[in-house]
Design a protein around this ligand. Structure first.
Ligand code: KIV
Ligand code: ZN
Length: 518
């Protein structure tokens, strides 16, 4: 590997990813994801937007303290108080970074009502200020791909002169295309004095489905940092997916001879964990990490793969941490077998977590003849989404349904206190949700209720997803159980628990902060 071909991986799952409506993670979840990112070899972790809320600040400072290898970056608008707050949070890191930005395109310049010269002055002042605090400063012209080229060159030059060490070129609205993405980086490298002394980064959004292609094209033109998220999580259609760019450069190293420091065998584990904690499931046919990404179901494919795996497979499941697993699981399987199975499926669990999963696994194995790999994945997601520490917990449910009407007897523990009700409704799920609402009254509107069978068969587990909205706050809940109605109640309660967490952040909530510097 030459230094010249080394591409830095800047992960923004905890900032741009978490900014996606409904993807809020708890403090503990953010710390856990940061640790996983560090272990997989991400070079820079953008841990949050410290001025956005007390919660963001606390998460960024804690991640800065705990992280062993990666640089820890915080986001700041082009304002001194933002930059100071960001520094306060990241300064504990072994290798801190301040990332400051301002929208430079005509549309974005109009919002803070700054003309070109005033904005240029602001950029000079804020980057200088950041650089006086920290020797590792990243600057981004937001909406760079819609900024006039002459002005973009001018402001990039100002940022470099003021001491920025990384210049990030965001395609904020997912508007560019591969050739244009490459041309833009090439143009900046050619025209901006001092460009060869800094790292150029690419930050793409996926509105037109081109984020991965655009990021790789930028690298071919000279960018040496890719900004991305796990599973492509992010606002609207999301960001460049880390797993896609990393695996593309690995599998097609012949035409994209670039290296990263990523341990690709950690990809599946972190993908599942991010899906579980963000409440954003991975689509089945998603590249690299989708459930079907390595599945060969048509006869012709199966035949070819059996004869020579390379016939239809360009990478091996093991490359991303999915191991062929021969351990059949059932009610006689012990803890060691469960741990081995979890490892095969990409999960590393500590002793305490294993103890908890084992209890749930035994309960499932008692109810199901065969416990498939997908059942165990669903079990892990359920246990991640519904912990014993939640404010509201489901204690007991009994549902009556059939032609004479439907009713639910429900017992919840709310803040440690047991509450029971009976409710009716149009169908068993409606009766249960009415019961929850009687115990815990709220104004949130149900936006999504979705049921998936995890495997085949009438004893299959159901995974239920619930999304709710209250005052612009969107929250998700997810649960799995062989009893679809119980899974529905647990998912609904899970969403309420997220809502409670979000209400506690209200006032200083990151979602409400404007991205504009005034
Ligand atoms: O998409 C974007 O422009 C951003 C910036 C804050 C870098 O996320
Ligand atoms: Zn972005």
């Amino acid at each position: 590997m030459t230094q010249e071909n080394r591409v830095l991986i800047f992960d923004t799952t905890l900032r741009d990813g978490e900014q996606s409506p409904g993807a809020t993670m708890s403090h503990a979840e953010k710390l856990e994801i940061a640790q996983m990112l560090d272990e997989m070899g991400v070079d820079i972790i953008e841990a949050g937007f410290p001025i956005a809320s007390e919660g963001d600040f606390a998460a960024v400072s804690e991640i800065a303290k705990q992280t062993q290898n990666a640089q820890i970056c915080g986001l700041a608008r082009a304002q001194f108080p933002d930059i100071d707050r960001c520094w306060e949070a990241v300064k504990h890191a072994r290798r801190p970074r301040i990332h400051t930005f301002i929208g430079t395109s005509p549309l974005h310049r109009a919002i803070p009502n700054l003309d070109k010269d005033q904005m240029a002055e602001r950029i000079h002042a804020t980057v200088t200020h950041a650089r006086n605090l920290c020797d590792n400063v990243q600057w981004s012209p937001m909406d760079a791909t819609r900024t006039e080229h002459d002005y973009l060159c001018r402001v990039v030059e100002i940022a470099i002169k003021a001491g920025a060490t990384t210049i990030n070129i965001p395609d904020t609205v997912g508007y560019t295309a591969p050739r244009e993405s490459a041309d833009l980086i090439r143009m900046l490298l050619e025209r901006v004095p001092g460009a060869d002394e800094v790292i150029f980064a690419t930050h793409c959004h996926n509105d037109l489905g081109m984020a991965t292609a655009n990021a790789l094209a930028a690298v071919e033109a000279g960018a040496r940092q890719i900004e991305c998220t796990i599973n492509g999580l992010g606002e609207r259609a999301g960001n460049t997916a880390l797993e896609e760019v990393v695996m593309a450069m690995r599998v097609r190293h012949d035409i994209m001879p670039y290296d990263t420091g990523i341990d690709t065998t950690k990809i599946i584990g972190i993908s599942r964990r991010v899906a579980a904690v963000s409440g954003f499931p991975v689509q089945y046919n998603k590249a690299i990490v989708g459930k079907n990404a390595f599945l060969h179901e048509s006869g012709i494919h199966q035949d070819g793969v059996l004869k020579n795996v390379e016939t239809f497979e360009i990478m091996r499941p093991a490359d991303i941490g999915l191991n062929e697993t021969n351990i059949a699981m059932g009610k006689h399987s012990g803890r060691a077998a469960l741990r081995a199975k979890l490892r095969d499926l990409g999960y590393e669990v500590g002793d305490n977590q294993l103890k908890d999963i084992f209890v749930r696994f035994k309960a499932l194995a008692d109810r199901k003849k065969e416990v498939y790999d997908d059942d165990i994945v669903a079990l892990m997601q359920d246990s991640a989404a519904n912990t014993g520490d939640d404010h509201i917990q489901v204690k007991h449910l009994r549902v009556v349904c059939g032609s004479d009407g439907q009713s639910a007897d429900l017992t919840l523990i709310v803040g440690g206190e047991e509450r029971k009700v009976q409710a009716t409704g149009d169908g068993p799920v409606d009766a249960c949700f009415n019961a929850v609402k009687q115990i815990f009254p709220h104004q949130a509107r149900l936006k999504l209720y979705q049921v998936h069978a995890v495997t085949e068969g009438t004893d299959a587990q159901a995974t239920v997803s619930v999304r709710m909205e209250e005052d612009g706050r969107i929250v998700n809940g997810q649960a799995a159980d062989t009893d679809t109605i119980l899974a529905s109640v647990k998912a609904y309660v899970g969403a309420l628990n997220h809502l409670i967490m979000r209400r506690a952040q209200a006032g200083t909530d990151g979602r409400q902060i404007s991205m504009y510097s005034h």
